[in-house]
Ligand binder design. Structure first.
Ligand SMILES: *Cc1c(COP(=O)(O)O)cnc(C)c1O
Length: 819
């Protein structure tokens, strides 16, 4: 390994300025300087990257392919530098060159190849895989336009395309030599071979070329570099000259357009399934390319014999989106490598594993047979055969209730292909993402499958990487932690436990809260710059950042703010501790209720922030364009962490973990990982309220919930609800928020009233808030509880999660460098 050479690195940055921009480094603007520095950093990574692959190949390590439609990576420069062993020296050079590292970081666009928690989990997992020394490849799509940028115009969300690649990505490498062909449409012909076996030939298909772009995933301080591989699409016959000569320009570019469409945009849905053909096309596109590559790589290293593939390759399906991998692997093994069905099935079962991310019915992927079989005729044939064999097994196992079981469990039923069923049947492992979620899967949603395959099921509680979410996002806290307990927490977060002894230490408390205050000042600066609103850093920073969804209940949060405002207006003399409510959330473009909730939050903000009688008591801020890089500023500044989903609906949550480790106290329901957070930190150091998941599920079944009773009996809640329809927050259009009012009180043909039990939990929420505000004013109590939240967050590292997957599901061994 070569030692870091400061002078050389410096020279390289200066040369990059000339090579990339034909100007001197000192003449570059921030964005250009970012590119000059990033290219030099990439050069620091490249040897380790190559060396990692060589070492892993020589030892014949097992490799996990994390298959995911989303990787919400955020920015790379700052994290890549932090993870390199030469981080200090690189920083010195950047300073010596007269550059400002944070300004350079700011110039990098977020890699927004994901929507929310599911995509961010994939990103945290890659960081942990590399840091723990496992050989991994994240496989996804190189969306030309990632998740949209959100602008708030007149209080409304406006979606703007995110052309994140327009200046190029200095960390990606186009691997044209590894391109693969992916086939759509056409039909299948059956040929009888001389040995009597049937051979299936795909004819009349449209081919698309998949071209991988690799970016490095740098392990922390260990010289391991894994890969994020995202696929771009290109027509195989980009420009059909014959058509063009005939003057048919349209036809000539048609297939190029078809290819381009596949990777054009990320669907902006979270926990929701749209059922669009293009989405299935995207799924098969990146899965086929990834599966072909994984099998070919293995075959090359094992004399073309793929019968033990599962010993060295694991496919993890991040939700059902990559589930065609089950059938695609069967296809590749049978059609390309000529294995039998039984051989292929055994390999597929042992290679694939599935993570379930939600119990929300609207998120379950079900493709109409018509659409599926037309687009993927050979794959459909294979799915049919998997289904036929599965149904036979069910009939044998449950002779008495066969048809009832098949109706619930078959892959193909009622004219639809059910992807979750294929994922469960076609793999050896199924996991939920928090203890409560896994229990609900086993007892309710996937009960029949659990009964049939209990050995497949396990829990893997989500985690987050402390390298990004503390070390990078909260450098002051990181330094403070290291000063108290050493730096081992960076790769073993359970070490944070050692901080508990400082919870009662006056000096530690003062330092901890001073850091919180600095982070609040940093956020206040950000809000002043972006929103033009001046925040009081002595007020409570009450943070709710996550995708906007009815089940997450941002509406409950803002209803509580409306209630507080009424209180202050009625009793101007009452004592009221200053309270800043901070929201960040994008809504899916077609999700009307969610978008109207954003408008409501902004209108409430407008009224309250501009009411001179309120002064500093309440501020409401909606931070535009919530994304990883803004999360890194918002989260370290939080006092309250709002985790108020309807119990049973949030599979895990991960912002709850990011906020906890940064010393915020959870205001939450007993849902998802909140349950485990409370277990770790103690109920006395969190504010827990509301219905339990069992109560919610019972109430959903018995149909006895009447929100109108609450409206009729609770005058303060009634008044808040009336303000949705009397123009209080929208005088120019009093009916504007009627749909929100209706969603809470009126049952209609598609929905029962208050589906997410907001009114049912609202009183309990108001009380929990009141209690928390009281506690906040006891500075000593609060500082202690905040330190304890950080101290007891060790379980929620994605390092812990990945070790569990590696041991229980993937069976990975670590890369060892011999040189
Ligand atoms: C962590 C994270 C999420 C997930 O938040 P939840 O509260 O768990 O839904 C979503 N978006 C971004 C940008 C994140 O960093």
């Amino acid at each position: 390994m070569q030692k870091f050479d400061k002078a050389l690195f410096k020279k390289e940055v200066e040369n990059n300025a000339r090579k990339l921009f034909r100007r001197e480094l000192t003449e570059l603007n921030e964005k250009e300087a970012f590119h000059a520095v990033a290219a030099a950093v990439q050069n620091q990574i490249i040897d380790d990257w190559i060396r990692t692959t060589k070492a892993a190949e020589e030892e014949d390590c097992k490799r996990v392919y994390y298959l995911s439609m989303e990787f919400l990576m955020g920015r790379a420069l700052g994290n890549n530098i932090l993870n390199l062993t030469s981080q200090e020296e690189i920083r010195d050079v950047i300073n010596e060159l007269g550059l400002n590292l944070s300004a350079l970081e700011e110039a990098e666009p977020d890699w927004a190849l994901g929507n929310g928690g599911l995509g961010r989990l994939a990103a945290c997992f890659l960081d942990s895989l590399a840091t723990l020394g496992y050989w991994a490849c994240g496989c996804g799509i190189r969306y030309k336009y990632g998740f949209f940028k959100q602008q708030i115009v007149d209080g409304y969300q406006k979606e703007v395309a995110d052309d994140w690649l327009k200046d190029g990505n200095p960390f990606e490498i186009r691997r044209a030599e590894l391109a693969k062909e992916v086939r759509f449409g056409g039909w299948v012909e059956t040929v009888q071979e001389e040995d009597g076996r049937l051979h299936f030939v795909h004819k009349g298909y449209q081919a698309v070329e998949a071209i991988p772009y690799d970016t490095p995933v740098v392990g922390y301080n260990n010289h391991v570099v894994d890969t994020l591989r995202v696929w771009d699409a290109k027509a195989t016959d980009t420009f059909r000259l014959d058509e063009f000569d005939k003057g048919n320009y349209q036809k000539a570019v048609e297939s190029a357009n078809m290819a381009r469409n596949i990777v054009e945009v990320l669907y902006p849905n979270d926990n929701h399934y749209a059922g669009k053909e293009l989405r299935l096309r995207q799924q098969y596109f990146f899965i086929s390319a990834s599966v072909q590559t994984a099998v070919a790589d293995y075959a090359k290293r094992h004399n073309g014999d793929v019968r033990k593939l599962y010993e060295k390759v694991a496919f993890q399906l991040n939700d059902t989106h990559p589930t065609v991998a089950v059938a695609e692997l069967m296809r590749v093994l049978m059609d390309d490598y000529h294995l039998t069905w039984d051989e292929s099935w055994e390999i597929t079962l042992k290679t694939c594993a599935y993570t379930n991310h939600t119990i929300m019915a609207e998120a379950l992927e079900k493709w109409p047979i018509e659409l599926f079989s037309k687009l993927l005729p050979r794959i459909y044939q294979i799915v049919e055969e998997i289904n036929r064999r599965f149904c036979e097994t069910v009939r044998a196992k449950y002779p008495e209730q066969a048809e009832e079981k098949i109706a619930k469990m078959a892959i193909i039923y009622d004219g639809q292909v059910k992807m979750a069923h294929l994922a469960i049947i076609g793999g050896h492992a199924v996991n939920g993402v928090a203890a409560l979620h896994t229990e609900i899967l086993k007892k309710q949603e996937l009960r029949d499958f659990y009964e049939m395959y209990p050995e497949k099921f396990s829990n893997k509680t989500n985690g987050i990487t402390q390298r990004r979410w503390v070390y990078h996002a909260n450098p002051e806290l990181a330094k403070w932690i290291t000063a108290h307990i050493g730096d081992q927490w960076l790769t073993d977060l359970s070490k944070l436990e050692k901080l508990a002894v400082y919870a009662d230490d006056k000096q530690a408390q003062a330092e901890f809260m001073a850091i919180k205050r600095h982070n609040k000042e940093r956020l206040a600066k950000y809000v002043l710059k972006h929103n033009g609103i001046k925040l009081n850093v002595d007020s409570i920073f009450d943070v709710m950042v996550k995708r906007l969804h009815e089940y997450k209940r941002q509406l409950m949060n803002i209803l509580h703010v409306m209630y507080l405002y009424n209180q202050i207006k009625d009793h101007p003399e009452m004592e009221f501790y200053p309270h800043t409510f901070i929201f960040g959330a994008k809504a899916a473009a077609g999700y009307k209720t969610a978008k109207l909730t954003i408008k409501l939050i902004n209108n409430v903000a407008e009224v309250i922030n501009n009411d001179p009688t309120i002064q500093d008591k309440i501020k409401v801020v909606f931070i535009e364009d919530y994304k990883v890089s803004s999360a890194e500023v918002i989260i370290p500044a939080a006092d309250f962490s709002e985790q108020i989903s309807t119990a049973s609906k949030e599979a895990s949550g991960t912002s709850n973990m990011k906020l906890m480790v940064n010393g915020a106290l959870t205001m939450g329901t007993m849902d998802g990982a909140n349950v485990e957070i409370v277990q770790e930190v103690g109920a006395e150091n969190a504010f827990i309220f509301g219905m339990s998941s069992d109560e919610v599920i019972a109430l959903e079944h018995n149909n006895e919930y009447r929100p109108m009773d609450i409206f009729n009996n609770d005058q303060e809640i009634r008044r808040v609800l009336m303000q949705l329809v009397n123009g209080f927050y929208s005088p120019e259009d009093p009916e504007l928020f009627r749909p929100l009012y209706d969603s809470l009180l009126n049952t209609n043909e598609s929905d029962r009233a208050d589906r997410y039990f907001i009114l049912k939990d609202l009183r309990a929420y108001m009380k929990a808030q009141e209690e928390a505000v009281k506690k906040f004013q006891d500075e000593e109590w609060w500082a202690r509880a905040a330190i304890l939240n950080t101290a007891h967050a060790g379980k929620f590292s994605s390092d812990r999660t990945i070790e569990e997957y590696a041991k229980d599901i993937w069976g990975l061994d670590k890369i060892v460098f011999k040189d």
